[in-house]
Ligand binder design. Structure first.
Ligand code: C2E
Ligand code: CA
Ligand code: CA
Length: 279
């Protein structure tokens, strides 16, 4: 399909053939954003976020090219690249520290039966225990093909992969469908977190999601924490996990290792720090 220039962001215009070459030319790069435990104040894992280091256009964010990958059958190679790169880089942390989780995003349209073997192949290749891999899937991705997704998610779960609903609260799924999903984590969308200190409705929505998570025994993580007040409020409300610019921005792997060593979230009890210093 030909996409009109108006569909593209003004800042960068990307073509599908460029993206296909980017994968083979190794122009993709992973950034990692820490996820922390707000109760123990330690790092609990990372989310891998893809970037495209374009030779002329510079560093391109995923919002500018994931949709092109999705529309041009490039999302499978892109996802496999991300999954393998994330597991390869974090394997040594995961192996020494059994609580450290590495999360990868899965797009819509990828949750068919083949993905299960590909995911399991990748965890075996890089020797990461399946229960230390988190797959983040949005509600909307699931609702595109609810029955297929449910089957695939159940299979992934039967292999002990951890499943997380990303952008929770922004999708179309009903509670009766959510109840059937074999997920372990709800990720509160940043649109509710951003203004929750000043917007009472947002604070109530966050509170309701925390309650929902507790009721169903799910871990709840808030994304998009940009200041201390929000972080403190979430911790007081009983939200155990968080992620956001206030804690750390996404960063290259080498910087992540440094961050694990030096940030306030990495005291001597931090599993990841011990992994690194022993290693
Ligand atoms: P997402 O999964 O919701 O990821 C969170 C996005 O919010 C990231 O943007 C992250 O940099 C940003 N973010 C984190 N904390 C804050 C904060 O405190 N404030 C604000 N304003 N933003 C924050 P990023 O890296 O540009 O990723 C955008 C989206 O691209 C992701 O949204 C995800 O849906 C998609 N994506 C990223 N990597 C991959 C990938 O490897 N595969 C697939 N299929 N999708 C990916
Ligand atoms: Ca995500
Ligand atoms: Ca999200």
């Amino acid at each position: 399909a030909e996409s009109s220039p108006r569909d593209q962001p003004a800042r960068v215009r990307i073509f599908d053939y460029e993206l296909e070459e980017a994968i083979s030319r190794n122009e993709l790069q992973l950034y990692y954003q820490p996820k922390v435990n707000l109760a123990t104040q330690t790092i609990s894992g990372v989310e891998a976020l893809v970037r495209w280091n374009h030779p002329e256009k510079g560093m391109i964010n995923p919002d500018d090219f994931i949709h092109i990958a999705e529309e041009n059958a490039l999302i499978l190679p892109l996802t496999l690249w991300t999954l393998n790169a994330a597991l390869r880089q974090s394997a040594f942390i995961c192996n020494r520290h059994k609580n450290f989780l590495v999360a990868v995003n899965l797009s819509a349209g990828i949750l068919d039966k083949d993905i299960v073997d590909l995911v399991m192949g990748a965890v075996h290749t890089w020797d990461v225990p399946p229960h230390q891999l988190v797959l983040e899937v949005t509600e909307n991705a699931i609702m595109e093909q609810p029955e297929t997704c449910l089957r695939t998610l159940n299979q992934l779960r039967s292999h002990n992969i951890i499943l997380s609903i990303d952008d929770f609260g922004t999708g179309y799924s009903s509670f009766s469908y959510l109840k059937r999903l074999p997920v372990q984590e709800l990720k509160i969308d940043q649109s509710f977190v951003k203004d929750m200190i000043h917007n009472v409705d947002d604070a109530h929505i966050v509170q309701a999601m925390l309650y929902l998570g507790r009721t169903f025994g799910l871990k709840v993580i808030a994304e998009g924490i940009e200041d201390w007040d929000t972080l403190d409020r979430l911790a007081t409300m009983g939200c155990d996990h968080g992620q956001g610019y206030y804690i750390a921005r996404p960063m290259p792997f080498e910087e992540l290792l440094e961050w694990i060593e030096t940030s306030g979230w990495a005291d001597t009890d931090t599993p990841a720090k011990r992994a690194y210093s022993q290693g």
